[in-house]
Ligand binder design. Structure first.
Ligand code: PLP
Length: 523
């Protein structure tokens, strides 16, 4: 029996190439199954359960009680399990293979983290429980906070922000509060050209005017251009270090000193902390605020845009403005402080980022990761991440252009450009080819300072064998793109879908499902 109903576009883009096998009757390709939407599989007339008719109860909703069916599809348990299992198989995951996205630090999520996070004492508690009953959880937050402060050499940490971008917002709100407290509201935030898109977005969201700082031919912040732009209207400079070209900003301390001399603050985007954890303390470089993506450096799951966590470490100057609430050790016990205190901590807090204290499940996982590595292990993480990225850079720089390859080793990610590909071949062709080779594509067309950028971050958790296989795939694709192999332009051939119209998908996404029968009736 086919589960597919008429009216649904189940036919993949026709395959013209002669070497491709003919279309199957189901549209399936071996174990690559076509899967309909749940509304198309199930019907409101059927139900997967077999309850005796519910006893008639008097509805207390009165006239508010719903009389129409809400139209949810009924499915058996097996149909439901198959539906979601099939969908999950159409997704790429770090548990399936190397995930080379640059800047994203897609590293293995150790199962030990999961085991600890699922312990009932952590998993079954509620943020509104009396504090005396969640002392262990507060101790976890306190200990993780202490590690983050120590590893970064900063003064304090705000634990509640829920992602890197949310952490950027927290940092800029603290900076704005600090400037306003001294009666010096400023209007401009400087952001280097190579910055992650969230940096200018955050600054604009906070009401600042965003101005670009150019990069040097070496891929680093142009120090002279930055110094020349500093002035009494500049509130902050947002710098990613290591930067998104995979390079360490060697002038960071000089930059910070100049920014401070001009009365502004230094925000560091710490998404790339994985490259330097245990080796460099941003506090020593004059940073005032930096977010740490627990879902990057500290191995908590990325979760499809789900439960991230972006604690923000703060300098002494910004600490009084940190958000509420925060965990404090009071004698032998821990307290979640919900109001301003007279202490340096939060004396002039800008308010709250979120209702509660942050992502408890991520704190548990991150602390497990930190404790299972120890300080020396974390330093080894950074060393191995950098080693793996350099192995990729040097294994491919004979077939792919490495724009900053001449300026020495990279940090945690290897950057290539589309220079030297045959006429008409692009980074997109290589990315799509990688899908056929069984890999998620690398980050592409970012950073913007490099034409047709390909940014590869292997992370330290990949074995040499896994790196070699990825290198083999990328090398073969680079050679095909240089030789002008037209077949590459049709990739991917082996994915559930072929090339999509990505512009249309981004500009005019269709996010709701309409019953085709109703759609026809409406016409
Ligand atoms: C991932 C990332 C961010 C944003 O972090 P999210 O947790 O995804 O919000 C910001 N900057 C850089 C450089 C990043 O790689």
């Amino acid at each position: 029996m086919s589960m597919l109903k008429e009216g649904r576009p189940t036919t993949p883009v026709p395959v013209k190439e002669a070497h491709m096998a003919p279309q199957t009757a189901t549209g399936n390709r071996a174990l690559m199954l076509e899967e309909a939407l749940i509304f198309e599989i199930g019907s409101t007339d059927t139900t997967g359960v077999d309850f005796a008719a519910a006893p008639q109860v008097v509805s207390r909703l009165g006239s508010l009680a719903r009389t129409d069916s809400i139209g949810l599809p009924g499915l058996s348990e097996q149909e439901t399990v198959r539906h979601y299992t099939r969908l999950s198989r159409q997704n790429y995951a770090i548990d399936l293979g190397l995930f080379p996205l640059g800047s994203c630090t897609m590293k293995h999520n150790p199962r030990l983290n999961e085991k600890v996070a699922r312990m009932p004492g952590f998993a079954d508690i509620h943020p509104l429980q009396p504090q005396s009953t969640v002392q262990g959880a507060l101790a976890v937050i306190h200990e993780l906070a202490a590690w983050l402060v120590t590893l970064t050499g900063m003064h304090s940490v705000a634990m509640s922000p829920k992602a890197g971008a949310h952490g950027e917002l927290c940092g800029l709100l603290a900076i704005r509060a600090a400037l306003e407290a001294r009666g010096d509201a400023r209007s401009v935030v400087l952001v280097p050209e190579s910055a992650h898109g969230t940096n200018p977005a955050t600054a604009a969201f906070c009401g600042y005017k965003v101005e670009d700082i150019p990069a040097t031919a070496e891929g680093r912040v142009d120090l002279e251009a930055l110094k020349a732009r500093l002035g009494p209207d500049v509130a902050a400079v947002m710098i990613t270090n290591p930067n998104t070209c995979g390079l360490f900003e060697r002038d960071m301390k000089t930059i910070s000193d100049a920014v401070h001399a001009a009365g502004a603050f230094v925000y560091c985007d710490g998404a790339n902390f994985n490259a330097i954890v245990g080796r460099v303390r941003p506090g020593d470089l004059g940073v005032d605020a930096m977010h740490i993506n627990l879902h990057k450096t500290f191995s908590t799951p990325h979760g499809g845009g789900g439960p991230g966590s972006g604690p923000v470490v703060l300098s002494e100057a910004l600490t009084p403005f940190a958000p509420l609430p925060f965990v404090e050790k009071q004698g032998d016990s821990f307290a979640l402080v919900e109001e301003e205190t007279a202490e340096d901590h939060h004396a002039q807090t800008f308010g709250r980022m979120v209702a509660f204290h942050g992502q408890m499940g991520m704190f548990t996982r991150a602390l497990t990761y930190i404790l299972s590595h120890g300080a020396d292990g974390l330093r080894q993480v950074a060393n191995d991440a950098v080693l793996n990225a350099n192995y990729i850079l040097r294994s491919l720089d004979d077939v792919l252009d490495a724009p900053f390859g001449g300026s020495g080793p990279c940090m945690h990610e290897a950057l290539f450009s589309d220079k030297g590909l045959a006429e008409g071949f692009t980074t997109l062709d290589i990315a799509k080819g990688l899908i056929d080779e069984g890999f998620h594509p690398m980050t592409m067309y970012f950073p913007l300072v490099v034409h047709g950028a390909m940014l590869v971050e292997p992370t330290e958790t990949e074995s040499k064998a896994a790196l070699d296989q990825f290198i083999l795939a990328l090398r073969s694709l680079a050679e095909r793109a240089k030789a002008g192999d037209e077949a590459l332009k049709g990739a991917p051939y082996h994915a559930p879908r072929r090339r999509l119209d990505e512009t249309l998908a981004a500009r005019k996404p269709i996010l709701t499902w309409t019953d085709p029968a109703l759609a026809i009736a409406a016409e």
